[in-house]
Design a binder for this molecule. Structure first.
Ligand code: C2E
Ligand code: MG
Ligand code: MG
Length: 757
């Protein structure tokens, strides 16, 4: 999407000022035009006035000349001179002026005979009148002589007034232009500008005078004054407007554009997370509205800064909480992963000996089951406290999950690591578990792995090695502290590390490596073969590895579901091979973790289609069943609805309180070999177990006795009402191929086995 073209507030201001200046220019232009036309009309007016004035003066002059000519024509002395010119020169130069007949002193007159010839020569008057002027009427014209414009008036002189007898002619002439300019007052006409264009020898009639006359009007001083004032006012006004526009722009810029720019920069800074207050209150913004915005912004900035600060605090808090184990207060697995990663990555900067210590509480599940989770939690807290106390000041204790703790010691030696482990032991031994009401000794096993400063390239192997050492430490008869690679431990560790672990991992990845052996279980009384228990072994390099060797690796590596998946696949294959006698029941061992695993459940769903031919029992050990009861209860109901029977295995090995045992969602209870062997004793313990068996049977459970090794014990369990018995005395676990050599079990529906009832 394209953004609309944007225009800045400063550009708007510039456009506004430019527009204003254009407007001012337009107004100025119009005003100048108006002034011009007013001036023109004033000039026109004065031209007209001048023209009228000039005409009036000329007409007056012509009229006066005509009347002088008429006076001369009618004067006796004029007639007399024409008849007898006795004192003609005197008349001409004196008399004509006396008595005011000729007003104009410069005017000259002369008399002519009726033929047009001058009466007496002399003066500047022409000797002969033009024939065209010898008329019965007075006639006037202008002529050019020696650069002077003359007005000539010829008038006929008659013997008597109004008579017909012509005596001759008179001529009156004078310098017209001189007379006009010198002896007249002009108000509108500039006298210096009056001129008349006339060719030498040309005779211009009076009627043509105005077409040849040029003049200019006198400039009106008032008009000039008016023009000057008008122009000055206009200029001043324009200058004022331009100044006002510029001042407006500067003020607008100062009050609006710059503060807005500053606000925008502050908002930008806030957007980039800079909450340092940039607002300078020493110089508040001059516009009230902008100042209010700035104050709001400032308040907002303050709030944001506080919020930012508290968010940072919360962040730190969350971070430390996220790294802390809620129960024991020590660091959690996440902190372990981060710290170990960071520690390893920086080791090359300061090469040093590093020890990795794993701690595991012995038989913690049993304690949990026996005394409840609340006590179990207290035990873990006490252990964590003791371990923290035993470690050096800068060492960190991490809880990796359940009852497993770890630490890594920097700048250390194997001896020092062992010493610290020893201190952990001593402090835990000294811890007051008895105060919690726990009578059994609570102990921990410690697996240690060490890496020399010169062999830091193997640092990644430390946790695995500590795990292996832990397994060694947990073996019966050990001191419960084991250092990986210690001479004394090497033999067993090599075995553990190289055989079970690799056998297990290989078996999980290779179908067919897990081999199921089948141990018969007989119905009582009658001892008929009823069903088989499927027991896993790993075939590895021609050797058969037993559950006692590989199951600890399964549980320490948390591989329960992977292992059970592989077992179920193998059982499915065994069924498909048709070597299992049809009708024989199958008992399958599962870990409690698997029961709530979706993949296992769907695998069991698939397997349940064989249930009609091979009725099936699922065995889960007492300890794991009780610990995970809440998680698995619904799944057990689901599996029961698929016709699986549920058996509690190894009953009697845990410390499960009675109240848990009486209400179990199981159909079958398998008494562990340790309990069964007690039955054979005719002492109080035997009596108690026997009573207990009766009680369980009365509660509706089907009872199976495991580990029957003699006739004597078999008879005992038979007499106690056990429905089934299993043991070497009745039959050992055998490979699938060997089953056909053992007698076929009774079809389950033909037996009165209550396991499948
Ligand atoms: P369990 O389920 O209680 O199996 C019975 C164990 O007792 C078997 O040991 C069996 O060989 C042994 N046994 C049977 N009769 C006698 C006897 O008369 N005397 C003595 N001393 N022992 C007898 P095994 O096969 O070594 O299995 C050990 C445990 O490993 C099993 O105990 C079971 O909890 C677990 N296990 C075996 N196979 C599987 C499996 O496929 N999946 C799972 N999750 N666990 C398995
Ligand atoms: Mg079993
Ligand atoms: Mg058992």
């Amino acid at each position: 999407m394209t953004r609309p073209a944007q225009i800045s507030i400063r550009q708007i201001a510039l456009t506004f000022v430019a527009g204003l200046l254009i407007l001012i220019g337009l107004i100025g232009g119009i005003a100048a035009y108006q002034t011009r036309s007013v001036t023109n009309s004033l000039e026109q007016h004065s031209q007209q006035a001048a023209s009228a004035e000039l005409r009036a003066v000329v007409e007056r002059l012509l009229g006066r000349t005509a009347s002088q000519a008429d006076t001369l024509a009618a004067w006796d002395e004029t007639r007399q001179q024409l008849v007898t010119p006795e004192y003609y020169a005197y008349w001409r130069d004196q008399r004509a002026y006396e008595g005011g007949i000729l007003v104009n002193r410069l005017a000259r007159t002369a008399l002519y005979r009726d033929s047009g010839q001058i009466l007496a020569a002399g003066g500047s008057m022409p000797a002969q009148l033009p024939a065209a002027r010898l008329l019965p009427e007075r006639s006037s014209w202008f002529s050019q002589e020696s650069g002077i414009t003359m007005l000539n008036v010829v008038f006929p002189v008659y013997r008597e007034s109004g008579g017909q007898a012509l005596l001759g002619y008179g001529l009156l002439r004078f310098d017209f232009m001189n007379e006009l300019v010198q002896h007249n007052q002009f108000h509108f006409v500039d006298p210096a500008s009056i001129s008349l264009t006339l060719q030498a020898g040309e005779a211009l009639n009076v009627s043509q005078l105005y077409s040849r006359m040029q003049f200019s009007a006198r400039t009106d001083p008032d008009q000039l004054k008016f023009q000057a004032i008008f122009s000055r006012t206009l200029l001043a006004l324009l200058a004022l407007l331009i100044l006002a526009a510029l001042a407006g722009f500067v003020i607008y810029n100062h009050l609006l554009v710059r503060p807005l720019g500053q606000l925008s920069r502050e908002i930008n800074a806030m957007q980039q997370g800079q909450f340092n207050l940039a607002v300078d209150h020493s110089a508040p913004m001059q516009l009230g509205e902008l100042e209010r915005i700035r104050r709001s912004l400032h308040d907002y900035q303050l709030q944001l800064r506080e919020l930012h600060g508290s968010l940072e605090d919360q962040n730190r808090e969350f971070h430390s909480q996220a790294r802390q184990d809620a129960l024991t207060g020590c660091h959690n697995r996440r902190a372990y992963e981060e710290d170990w990663e960071h520690f390893r990555a920086n080791l090359h900067l300061h090469p040093q000996g590093v020890a990795f210590l794993l701690f595991d509480c012995d038989r913690f599940k049993t304690i949990n089951d026996t005394y409840g989770h609340a006590k179990g939690d207290r035990v873990l807290t006490l252990i964590a406290d003791a371990l923290v106390m035993a470690l050096r000041a800068n060492d960190r204790l991490y809880r990796l999950g359940g009852d497993e703790f770890a630490t890594f010691l920097s700048r250390t030696t194997p001896a020092q690591a062992k010493q610290i482990a020893q201190r952990c032991h001593s402090l835990i031994d000294a811890a007051s578990f008895k105060e919690l009401g726990i009578n059994e000794p609570v102990g921990i096993s410690i697996g240690i792995a060490f890496c020399e400063a010169s062999q830091l390239e193997h640092i990644d192997e430390l946790p695995k090695q500590a795990d292996v050492a832990m397994y060694t430490a947990k073996q019966p008869g050990r001191t419960r502290i084991a250092l990986y690679g210690d001479d004394a431990e090497r033999a067993s560790q090599t075995l553990v590390a190289s055989l079970e672990t690799s056998a297990l991992f290989q078996a999980l990845a290779t179908p067919g490596m897990i081999e199921m052996h089948y141990q018969p279980i007989h119905a009582l009384p009658g001892r008929k073969l009823a069903y088989y228990e499927a027991l896993a072994r790993i075939r590895y390099n021609g050797q058969l590895i037993m559950p006692g060797a590989f199951l600890p690796v399964v549980s320490s590596r948390r591989l329960e579901t992977e292992f059970d998946t592989a077992v179920l696949q193998q059982i499915e294959m065994d069924i498909a091979s048709d070597q299992l006698p049809p009708g024989s029941g199958l008992s399958i061992n599962l870990s409690a973790q698997s029961i709530s695993n979706a993949e296992i459940v769907s695998q069991l769903l698939e397997l349940s289609r064989h249930n009609a031919r091979y009725p099936m029992v699922l065995e889960i050990t007492e300890t794991s069943l009780i610990t995970q009861m809440t998680e698995v209860r619904t799944y057990l109901d689901l599996l029961r609805s698929l016709n699986y029977r549920i058996a509690m295995d190894d009953f009697g090995t845990g410390y499960s309180p009675l109240r848990y045992l009486v209400d179990l969602p199981v159909d079958v209870v398998k008494f562990d070999i340790s309990l069964v062997n007690k039955l054979a004793q005719n002492d109080r313990a035997g009596q108690v177990v026997a009573d207990f068996a009766r009680m369980m049977r009365d509660a509706g459970y089907a009872l199976v006795a495991e580990g029957i090794e003699s006739e004597e014990v078999l008879l005992k369990v038979e007499s106690l009402g056990f429905e089934h018995a299993q043991g070497f005395f009745l039959g050992r676990p055998v490979a699938l191929a060997q089953i056909s050599q053992t007698p076929s079990p009774e079809p389950w529906h033909d037996t009165d086995s209550s396991v499948f009832a």
